[in-house]
Design a protein around this ligand. Structure first.
Ligand code: IPM
Ligand code: MG
Length: 368
């Protein structure tokens, strides 16, 4: 059986706690012979800064390049609020995305029926929801140059971030969205602000042309990003695949996450281009480091467990195990097990480790 080389980067806040559940699951998969992994671990984010003065070390970057896939917990927290901009915990994550060229960020938002009442929206609006957000991850405002603060002659400061996209950057992310739509409901919404932004105008034009040339069998709708935010809370089930740029994708995916009941439920995959049959890949929960609950053992590990599931699906071709993990998550939810973030008022809650154990036990039943 192939051995999968995984790099684990637990990071900050609740990152290490939820990653501990992934480690348990990996050990279980190894012990039962379901899959075999070779594990490395390193620091990213604030903890890496504390240890070595940078949000990710060169050594950790080397391991990242050598791994078949990376699983990252979360980065950041108030402890590092005063750290210089280029050394902030988030910069470790951004460097991984950029240096590994992980341009395609897949963020599925699925509302498990058992959780429909945990959403802040009405059950009938969210029940059965299944959206896939495809966020461009290595361009746009996050990385555009210039990115600077200059002091003007009058003593004022002037800060600049730059929104920039080229034809090929837009084409490659749109192609990912169209491809994925073909194995789903065959519908793509492309969100930008072509009414205000010149980069939005190009985005729309490139997506339209690519659609005409190669993907005319897929239904394409253009939507303004602000309207998209509104439609996500008004009638989210109208969406199938939603492709958008880096910044809008950041915002719209947070909005979409609450449709599912909790940010603690959402895994994500960040994928690079396929080179010689190999695709660089990093998997991470969409949630952040949640410093307010860190260290208490109450965080929900489902998003990071789901991220291991996505690694099994997209990096290791183990659809059987990926499906098994999804069914195991459904099963624990149907059994009424809840961490605090997905509990309804008065419902009994369990901790991080208990939830991890429950998912493993359910997976055992699913695979039996
Ligand atoms: C996300 C996060 C990151 C982002 C932060 C932690 C840099 O919010 O993955 O959505 O803004 O991309
Ligand atoms: Mg975000």
């Amino acid at each position: 059986m192939a051995t999968h080389k995984l790099l684990l980067l637990p990071g900050d806040g609740i990152g290490p706690e939820v990653m501990a559940e992934v480690k348990k699951l990996i050990a279980w998969l190894g012990k039962t012979g379901a899959a075999s992994f070779e594990i490395e671990e390193d620091l990213v984010g604030g903890c890496a800064f504390d240890a070595g003065g940078a949000p990710i070390s060169e050594d950790a970057m080397k391991k990242a390049f050598a791994a078949d896939a990376i699983i990252l917990g979360a980065v950041g927290g108030p402890k590092w609020a005063g750290v210089a901009y280029d050394k902030r915990p988030e910069m470790g994550l951004l460097r991984l995305r950029k240096d590994l060229d992980l341009f395609a960020n897949l963020r599925p938002a699925i509302c498990y029926p058992a959780l429909a009442d945990s959403s802040s929206l009405k059950r009938e609006i969210v029940e059965g929801l299944d959206i896939l957000i495809v966020r461009e991850l290595t361009g746009g405002t996050y990385f555009g140059e210039p990115k600077e603060v200059v002091t003007l002659a009058n003593g004022q400061k002037r800060a600049v971030d730059t929104q920039v996209y080229t034809t090929s950057e837009i084409e490659r992310i749109a192609a990912v969205a169209f491809d994925l739509a073909r194995v789903r409901k065959n519908l793509v919404h492309s969100a930008e602000k072509h009414n205000v932004m010149i980069s939005g105008l190009l985005w729309k034009e490139v997506v339209t042309n690519l659609h005409k040339e190669k993907f005319s069998d897929v239904k394409l709708e253009h939507i303004l990003a602000d309207n998209c935010a509104m439609q996500l809370v008004r009638n989210p089930k109208q969406f199938d695949v939603l492709v958008t740029d880096n910044l809008f994708g950041d915002i719209l995916s947070d909005a979409a996450s609450m449709l599912t009941g909790s940010l603690g439920m959402l895994p994500s995959a960040s994928l690079g281009a396929e080179i010689n049959g190999k695709r660089a890949a990093m998997y991470e929960p969409v949630h952040g480091s949640a410093p307010d609950i860190a260290g208490k053992g109450v965080a929900n590990p489902i998003a990071v467990i789901g991220s291991l599931g996505m690694a099994l699906r997209y990096s290791f071709g183990r659809t059987d195990l990926a499906d098994g993990i999804e069914r195991a998550i459904s099963r624990v939810l149907n059994d009424g097990l809840r961490t605090g973030d997905i509990a309804s008022a008065g419902q009994k809650t369990i901790g991080t480790a208990e939830m991890g154990d429950a998912v493993i036990a359910a997976l055992g039943k699913e695979l039996a």
